[in-house]
Each structure stands twice: as structure tokens, then as C-alpha cells.
Design a protein around this ligand. Structure first.
Ligand SMILES: CSC[C@@H](O)[C@@H](O)C(=O)COP(=O)(O)O
Length: 353
């Protein structure tokens, strides 16, 4: 039993765990082209904000290898086009644009095309390695916040397979398991794509974490009946005022946490902050195929032609968030002030935000 990984780079090839096939099949697929990478992100073979960013970074670097020009100007134009192509694969997780921008900035440091190609790949690897270290630190911080609490609820999969390793919301459970600390995790199934049932339950089982599956509509009853002591979730984009977009159903859990007077934690690396967005109203929310709701295993469960609203994410207002756990430290209200303070301190140290 060990912590599963979803993205592997062996120096030449990018392989990802096909998360659409979990938990029945553990299958790694090789992504060779930028189109392969776009498709893998779009179809949720690879998903979760940090994992999308890392995979897109490798995708841009792989795509760059095939641009045959010696003109740096022409190469930069190709990269610009590739960046907007990959950016369109999914709209909500800002880690995608963040990673691609980081790579694009590298091209401007190059003096020739060959060097630019090398810099792109090196930056993708760096982002991958940094994310693992960030998630580990998030896990350490989360463990301190969860001191004395064992019964914790989560939604979606903000785990190892949604990142380079460890995850964000699930990091304290993996680290806890390594250290013999017991958690009793309640995973919401996370309709309509079932990241909770298919991915979180599987992932935590791989790590020997005690996990219990519930349907999303059982959350309130479970908090009461089982004495849930905290809720911890991941994030896809956090606005400057702390409003947080995460998997649909997260907002419900935040409201429940308030009603039951238990802490509601958001765990995310600083690459998930979008300071260009003042508050949650400006966060783009992905709407997905209606068949995710009207069909199950390809068979209709609603009358044909049923009108559907299928947002993949919701936005939790920062007033409902007890703390945001990052690799740089734990942020509490006043979020506006404390987020910009934390990020400004990192920028001053020369870190890439
Ligand atoms: C560490 S992953 C954080 C979030 O990306 C996660 O909670 C989430 O909402 C993922 O949604 P998904 O649609 O599966 O990509």
C-alpha cells in the first residue's frame, strides 16, 4: 500500500494515470503530443487543479519540441498559440494558466530556440517537483490544525492524484497514516462525476486511511450522527478576498459547517490564488455535459430532453472559511489583507507566484 501518483515524467515520456478508469482499472497512458494533453485534461483523465497545471506545463514543453524554426520570434508566437489552446481545456482551475504563464515567461529568457525548448522542459519539471513539496507542507500545516480531531469530512478528490503527490485536502491523512495517526474520513460521493466515490475512497484505501463513503445528500445527517469534527476541501481558484471555487457541493458543506459550528478548511497551494479577481463573482464556472446528470453508465435516468443545469464548481464566500491552508502558512480572516501579505512576502523572497 502506498500513496498513488498520477503524473510521471521519466526524462523522455509523460505518462498519466487515467482517472476516468479508476477504481476498476489502474492504467497509465502516455501523452505524446500537446493534443493528447488537451484531450486528457478536457476529458478528466487527469483532473484536480495542481495536476492540470503540471500536465499542461509538460504538454507545452512537449509541443514546443516539434516547432521547427530557428527564429526566436516565430517560436514565441507558436508558444503563445499553444498556451491559449491549452488554457481553453478547462476554465475554472487557475493553476492551468499559472503554470502556462510560468513557462511562457521562461521563453523570454532564452537567446535561441534550442535553449527556449530546454528552459520550457526544465520549468515543467520544476513545477512538478515544487508541487510535491508544497503539498507536503500543506499536509504538515493541516495536521496541526486537525490536532485532536479524527472525524473529518471531505468532497471531491483533492488528493495525491489531483497533485504531484500527497494532495492538498487529503495530505494530512496520507501524512497521518505514515505516522500512525488515525483519521476517520467521510468522503462525499461528489455527484455527478463521483470523484469522491471513485477516486478519494480508492486513494485513501491505497494509503491505509480509514474512509467511509456517503452520498452528498447525507452530509448534514452524517455530521450530526457521526460527530464530524471538521471539513477540509481543496480549491480550484481563490479570489483576492478569499472567496473559493471548488467542486460543486463545497458551498453546501461550508454552510453546514457553520450550522454545526465546526471548522471549514480550504487547503491549496499559492498557485491557486488569483489576485486579479477581486471576489468570487468573477470566477469562471465550468458547465459540463448535461448527460453527466441525465444519464448513468450511458443509460438515461431522466426523461429525454430534460432541461439541465450542470455547473462543475461553486464558490464558497470567504466568511464561511475558517482558514486557508497553504504551503506558506495558514491564512485566516481578514483574508483580503492576509492573502496579499502572504503572497507579497513570497514575491519579495523571489519566489514564483
Ligand atoms: C487538489 S485538487 C483541488 C480541486 O481541483 C478539487 O477539489 C476539485 O474540485 C477538482 O475538480 P475536477 O473537476 O475533478 O478537476
Amino acid at each position: 500500500m502506498s500513496i498513488p501518483l498520477s503524473i510521471k515524467w521519466n526524462g523522455q515520456q509523460l505518462t498519466i494515470l487515467d482517472q476516468q478508469k479508476l477504481p476498476h482499472l489502474i492504467e497509465y497512458v502516455t501523452l505524446e503530443t500537446i493534443e493528447d494533453v488537451y484531450e486528457a485534461i478536457f476529458s478528466l483523465k487527469v483532473r484536480g487543479a495542481p495536476a492540470i497545471g503540471i500536465t499542461a506545463a509538460y504538454g507545452l514543453a512537449l509541443g514546443a519540441q516539434r516547432h521547427e524554426t530557428v527564429s526566436l520570434g516565430a517560436f514565441q508566437q507558436y508558444i503563445k498559440k499553444d498556451v491559449s489552446y491549452l488554457n481553453a481545456s478547462r476554465p475554472t482551475a487557475v493553476n492551468l494558466a499559472w503554470a502556462l504563464n510560468r513557462l511562457q515567461d521562461k521563453v523570454s529568457e532564452a537567446t535561441n530556440v534550442e535553449q527556449a525548448k530546454q528552459l520550457l522542459l526544465a520549468e515543467a519539471i520544476k513545477i512538478h517537483e515544487e508541487d510535491e513539496a508544497s503539498c507536503r507542507r500543506i499536509g504538515e500545516h493541516a495536521l496541526t490544525l486537525l490536532e485532536g480531531r479524527t472525524k473529518v469530512m471531505t468532497i471531491c478528490n483533492a488528493g495525491s492524484i489531483a497533485t504531484a503527490k500527497y494532495g492538498t485536502a487529503l495530505a494530512p491523512f496520507h501524512l497521518g497514516s505514515e505516522r500512525g495517526r488515525h483519521f476517520d474520513v467521510y468522503a462525499c460521493e461528489t455527484r455527478p462525476v463521483y470523484q469522491g466515490a471513485r477516486l478519494t475512497v480508492w486513494e485513501l484505501q491505497q494509503s491505509n486511511v480509514d474512509v467511509t463513503l456517503i452520498t452528498d445528500s447525507m452530509a448534514a445527517h452524517t455530521i450530526k450522527a457521526k460527530g464530524i469534527e471538521a471539513i477540509i476541501v481543496g480549491a480550484d481558484r481563490i479570489a483576492a478576498n478569499g472567496d473559493t471555487a471548488n467542486k460543486i457541493g463545497t458551498f453546501n458543506l461550508a454552510l453546514l459547517a457553520k450550522a454545526f459550528n465546526i471548522p471549514f478548511y480550504v487547503a491549496a497551494p499559492v498557485s491557486t490564488f488569483d489576485l486579479e479577481i477581486e471576489d468570487g463573482t468573477a470566477i469562471p464556472i465550468e458547465e459540463r455535459n448535461p448527460e453527466e446528470i441525465t444519464h448513468m453508465n450511458g443509460r438515461p435516468i431522466a426523461p429525454l430532453g430534460t432541461k439541465v443545469f450542470n455547473p462543475a464548481f461553486d464558490v464558497t464566500p470567504s466568511q464561511l472559511i475558517t482558514a486557508i491552508i497553504t504551503e506558506k502558512g495558514i491564512i485566516t480572516a481578514d483574508y483580503q489583507k492576509n492573502i496579499s501579505r502572504l503572497l507579497a512576502a513570497s514575491i519579495r523572497k523571489g519566489e514564483k507566484i
